[in-house]
Ligand binder design. Structure first.
Ligand SMILES: [Zn+2]
Ligand SMILES: [Zn+2]
Length: 165
């Protein structure tokens, strides 16, 4: 009975041991791959860290302690910067005459003084030159020379100075 039990036990033990050894080997290889990849992504000497990672467990611990600061932080920062620039680009336009960056509600190009928008005579909001009525207060925009408006759907390219002082 005990013989049978011991035989059964050793078989189980053997299987479990095999599984554990295989798992450890997989983990070991994965740790080396991770260290090399991580070191490469961080722009360090990845082959040196790969050699360090060959030392089981200790190599991995050493890398985790000594690895260079996170690149992902830089990446996040870059993404933020890009998002900020895109937002600025959305907020800013370009002067049709000189290409100077102008904000969406600029009335005049600060560089070449081209009139970009009209001012509503009633509420003083900046209006697109193509608009015939103020969308803020429904006041009609008067005194606009609208000769080219029918054929030219482009708005900001015209930049024609209007008679409204
Ligand atoms: Zn300009
Ligand atoms: Zn208005």
């Amino acid at each position: 009975m005990s013989e049978l039990l011991s035989q059964f036990w050793t078989e189980q033990m053997q299987t479990a041991l095999n599984v554990v050894v295989v798992l450890l080997i997989i983990l070991y290889i994965l740790s080396i791959v991770w260290v090399v990849r991580d070191a490469y992504l961080r722009g360090t000497l990845w082959y040196i860290w790969g050699i360090v990672a060959l030392v089981p467990i200790l190599g991995l611990i050493a890398y985790c302690m000594l690895r260079p600061p996170l690149l992902s932080v830089d990446r996040d920062e870059q993404e933020l910067e890009i998002a900020l620039k895109q937002r600025q680009l959305m907020k800013y336009g370009e002067c049709a005459t000189c290409g100077y960056p102008v904000e969406a509600d600029f009335v005049l190009c600060p560089n070449c003084h081209t009139q970009l928008k009209n001012l509503c005579s009633h509420c003083q909001h900046a209006l697109d030159p193509a608009w015939q009525v103020c969308p803020y207060c429904a006041t009609p925009v008067g005194g606009l020379p609208r000769s080219s408006a029918s054929s030219a759907p482009r708005r900001r390219r015209t930049g024609n100075p209007t008679g409204q002082a």
